[in-house]
Design a binder for this molecule. Structure first.
Ligand code: PLP
Length: 433
């Protein structure tokens, strides 16, 4: 299988070369040249025993005869070395898909680990050290840092906007040490992203300092996310004879695209509803308006503060360029900060879980579906553990929230992040150091 740009004017690449790429040279996003389709008898052969095994089978036709194909089972086992359970929520008949059991307690761990494992395998032994440059609004930087920590031949430089990530996120970003360094930038997430793009677009800098991206548009960060939707959709169908529907808290649409691609490939995934925060871009498009990207507005669910979802172009590709078709494939609902607060406050009594602010958007959508009389089977994707956002959730829950062991260990370490102005010269200096 080869991968082409959504804009159709870049050379096709094999998986190995496309997986870590950012934008294609024509400004589009890489997508498979053709989406494989599992027929009923292929589907019946996909295992549902472990996440790693399901993931390997689902990715197999996408890799085709790529150089990484023979390593796929090991790469998936290395990436999925933690559980992603589907659990019934107390007393409601609804489910929560807990995506937060990885090292940094957010869903981005799984694909971050897959990308790092793949790039490490592709690395030639005598290659110079590669710097993974990543701009983050909180969770991406930690997932990428953890995934590359201690990997020979790689170092990570994380740019995050000072004061605009949660205190727990800020601490975790600076706590890795070793080959992972964090810079707190005196600006916004957009400033961080702009600086990273500028550095990555600077050929003479790249000749001096070999750079890699690990941003959320790279296929290595997107496709592995099909694994958990596939695993639980298959298990659910085999156990109950019904399809499971998913509510996915969304910002850049990376997580949700994985579910939609898996469904298009034939996996028994039912309806998908995107839960967004108060950033209106997607809700307006799905209500019939033309797509209009804009600046993000800050909300309590900061990892979804996105005004121009970077994967929108992939959604349009999946819909064959037809906006009406895109609107028929998935629905979206926008959740205000006020609703996030009331949902977190009531979640333990109503659902038996303590959600992060992003997961709370999903729970709010579920409550509205039930209130409208929907009786189907729904799972809400819990995209992060509440302990990453204690400043928001603890006052609402009225008690403290314990971090899972791996993330607690990160928080217990000393943290350091150097301050940096919004300046490409300052970034170049850091990259040369
Ligand atoms: C990144 C993130 C999201 C948004 O995911 P997208 O793939 O950008 O749609 C939602 N919740 C949490 C906790 C995140 O870290």
């Amino acid at each position: 299988m080869r991968f082409v740009s959504t804009r159709g004017a870049s050379p096709a690449l094999p998986f190995s070369e496309a997986l870590g790429a950012g934008l294609a040279p024509d400004g589009g996003l890489y997508v498979p040249e053709e989406l494989p389709h599992f027929r009923a008898d292929d589907l019946a052969k996909i295992p549902d025993d472990t996440l790693a095994n399901t993931l390997a089978e689902v990715l197999k036709p996408l890799l085709g005869n790529d150089g990484l194909s023979s390593a796929l089972p090991e790469l998936c086992a290395e990436a999925a070395n933690f559980d992603i359970p589907l659990l019934p929520m107390r007393g409601t008949g609804d489910y929560v898909l807990e995506l937060f059991h990885g090292p940094t307690a957010a869903f981005k761990d799984l694909a971050g680990r897959f990308l790092a494992a793949s790039l490490a395998r592709l690395r030639k032994e005598d290659a110079p050290t590669q710097t993974v440059l990543v701009a983050t609004s909180g969770d991406t930087g930690a997932a990428v840092g953890a995934a590359f920590l201690g990997r020979e031949g790689f170092r990570v430089l994380i740019l995050y906007p000072e004061g605009k990530v949660s205190p727990a996120q800020a601490h975790s970003l600076g706590a890795f040490g070793g080959n992972v360094r964090a810079l707190r930038v005196e600006g916004s997430f957009d400033d961080c992203q702009r600086l990273a793009k500028q550095a990555l677009g600077d050929a003479s800098l790249r000749a001096e300092v070999p750079l890699l991206t690990a941003n959320s548009i790279s296929l290595g960060r997107l496709l592995p996310q099909m694994g958990y939707y596939a695993l639980h959709a298959l298990r659910f169908q085999r156990a109950h004879g019904r399809t499971l529907n998913f509510i996915i808290p969304s910002g850049n649409l990376g997580n949700a695209m994985a579910a939609l691609i898996a469904r298009t490939m034939g996996l028994p995934i039912g309806d998908v509803v995107l839960a967004t925060n108060d950033n209106p871009t997607l809700a307006e498009f799905f209500a019939g308006a033309d797509y209009r990207g804009r600046d993000a507005v800050p909300t309590l669910a900061n990892a979804m503060d996105v005004g121009a979802p970077s994967n929108f172009e992939r959604l349009m590709w999946l819909a064959g360029g037809d906006a009406q078709k895109a609107r028929s494939m998935v629905r979206v609902q926008r959740i205000s900060d006020e609703r996030i607060r009331s949902t977190v406050r009531a979640a333990e009594a109503r659902h038996g879980i303590a959600p992060c602010p992003h997961t709370a958007c999903g729970l709010a959508v579920l409550e509205d579906l039930r209130a409208a009389g929907d009786t189907r089977d729904w799972a809400v994707a819990a995209t992060a553990h509440a302990s990453k956002f204690v400043d928001v959730v603890e006052p609402l829950l009225g008690h403290t929230v314990e971090a899972p062991a791996a993330f607690a260990a990160l928080l217990a370490r000393a943290a350091f992040a150097e301050r940096m102005p919004v300046s490409i010269e300052a970034l170049k200096q850091q990259l040369r150091a």
